[in-house]
Design a protein around this ligand. Structure first.
Ligand code: SF4
Ligand code: SF4
Ligand code: SF4
Length: 326
C-alpha cells in the first residue's frame, strides 16, 4: 500500500466542503497499538496508516458518533463522514446501507484492498511488545516487523488472523474511492472452529457453551465494538420490561449472548471484532459464523454484499413454504 497516495487521497477528501471528517487508522502510542483517527485536515491526514496492524473495523463509528442527543439549539451537521474500509469493513457499511442505518449520501467510502491483518495476541506472544511503537508492513513472505531498529521477516501463516484465513472478500465490496490495486483473493480455509462445534452432540455442545457463557463478564465490549449492534434502544438496556437482568450469572449471560447472536443472524459480516475485544476469550466467532453459515446455506443470503438486497430478518415472501412451522 502506497501510504503517500493514501494520505494525499485523505487530505483531498477532508478538504471537501461536503465532508465533516474522515475515519482512518493511526499509529497508537505504545508497541503494536493502532488508534482510530478522526481526520479533519491535511496535517492530520499525514498521520494515517494502513498496515497489517489495522484490525479495527471503523464502520462502527458511523452510527456511534451520531448517537448522542445534540445540545439545545445546536443544529445537526449534515456533512458526509468519510471512512477507510478493508473488505470486511466494507461489508459492514453495506449491511448498514441495506438496513438504512446510514444513508448512502451521508458517507464517502475509501476502499483499501486488504492482504490480511495479524492476530494481535499471537503477534505479542511471539514477538513481545515493547514500549517503542512498532511498524508492521506487508512483504513478499508475509509481514515485515520493524521494531527497536530491527527488521524481522515473518511468514504470513504464522500470524494471519483467523478471520483473514476465512476471508471471502478482501477487496472492498463498495467504495467511492479505491486506494491501491485489488489484491488477489485466496481460497478460504475450512472453518475449523464451526466444524468443532458442529462435531459435538447437542448435550456436549450445550455444556461447551455453558462453560463459555459462565465466563462472560457482561462488559458489553462485544456489543459496543460491533458495527451492526447499533439499536438506539437495545433490549439489554431496557428496564421496563426488563428482558435481561444485569446480574452476571450463567442464566442472564446466556440470555444476553444468545439474544445478541440471534439479533445478528443474517446481519453479522464476520469481521471478528467482538471476539478480538472479548476480555474473557469467549469464542464468539464460532457462534456468529455458525449462524452466518446456516443463513447462507439454508436461505441463500449473505449479509453486507449487495446494497440493494432486502434485510434478511425484515423481509417476507408471501409464497414462503414456512416448513419450520409445525
Ligand atoms: S477479513 Fe478479509 S478484509 Fe478483513 S482484515 Fe481479513 S483479509 Fe482483510
Ligand atoms: S465482550 Fe465477552 S465478556 Fe464482555 S460481554 Fe461480550 S461476551 Fe461477555
Ligand atoms: S457480531 Fe462480531 S463478527 Fe459479527 S459484525 Fe459484529 S463484531 Fe463483527
Amino acid at each position: 500500500m502506497d501510504l503517500d497516495k493514501l494520505r494525499k487521497t485523505a487530505a483531498e477528501v477532508v478538504a471537501r466542503e461536503d465532508v465533516r471528517y474522515l475515519l482512518g487508522w493511526k499509529k497508537g502510542t505504545f508497541g503494536y497499538r493502532i488508534a482510530p483517527g478522526f481526520v479533519e485536515d491535511a496535517e492530520s491526514a499525514a498521520e494515517l496508516i494502513f498496515s497489517p496492524l489495522c484490525t479495527a473495523n471503523l464502520a462502527t463509528y458511523l452510527t456511534l458518533t451520531e448517537k448522542p442527543p445534540l445540545p439545545r439549539g445546536q443544529e445537526p451537521d449534515d456533512r458526509k463522514v468519510a471512512v477507510m474500509v478493508k473488505g470486511c469493513d466494507s461489508r459492514a457499511v453495506t449491511q448498514l446501507l441495506i438496513e438504512k442505518g446510514i444513508e448512502r449520501e451521508s458517507v464517502v467510502i475509501i476502499g483499501c484492498p486488504c492482504p490480511g491483518v495479524v492476530d494481535h495476541e499471537l503477534l505479542a506472544e511471539k514477538y513481545p511488545e515493547t514500549e517503542e511503537t512498532a511498524e508492521l508492513k506487508w512483504s513478499d513472505k508475509g509481514f515485515l516487523l520493524l521494531q527497536n531498529g530491527e527488521e524481522t521477516e515473518i511468514a504470513r501463516d504464522e500470524l494471519l488472523a483467523e478471520k483473514c484465513r476465512l476471508c471471502r472478500y478482501p477487496n472492498p465490496v463498495v467504495s467511492d474511492i479505491m486506494v491501491g490495486e485489488p489484491v488477489e483473493t485466496w481460497e478460504p480455509d475450512d472453518d475449523q472452529g464451526v466444524a468443532e462445534v458442529e462435531g459435538k452432540n447437542a448435550e456436549v455442545r450445550w455444556e461447551y457453551w455453558q462453560e463459555q457463557f459462565s465466563n462472560c463478564l457482561r462488559c458489553y465490549s462485544c456489543r459496543n465494538v460491533c458495527p451492526l449492534c447499533y439499536c438506539e434502544d437495545c433490549i439489554l438496556d431496557r428496564l421496563n420490561p426488563t428482558w435481561i437482568y444485569r446480574s452476571v450469572n450463567f442464566s442472564e449471560n446466556t440470555a444476553f449472548n444468545l439474544a445478541r447472536a440471534f439479533h445478528l443472524a443474517g446481519r453479522c459480516i464476520e469481521c471478528g471484532e467482538c471476539e478480538r475485544v472479548c476480555p474473557a476469550n469467549i469464542p464468539l466467532g464460532k457462534l456468529n459464523r455458525k449462524l452466518a453459515r446456516e443463513v447462507r446455506e439454508k436461505y441463500g443470503f449473505e449479509p453486507g454484499v449487495d446494497p440493494e438486497a432486502e434485510p434478511f430478518q425484515a423481509s417476507y415472501k408471501p409464497d414462503d413454504p414456512e416448513e419450520f412451522i409445525l
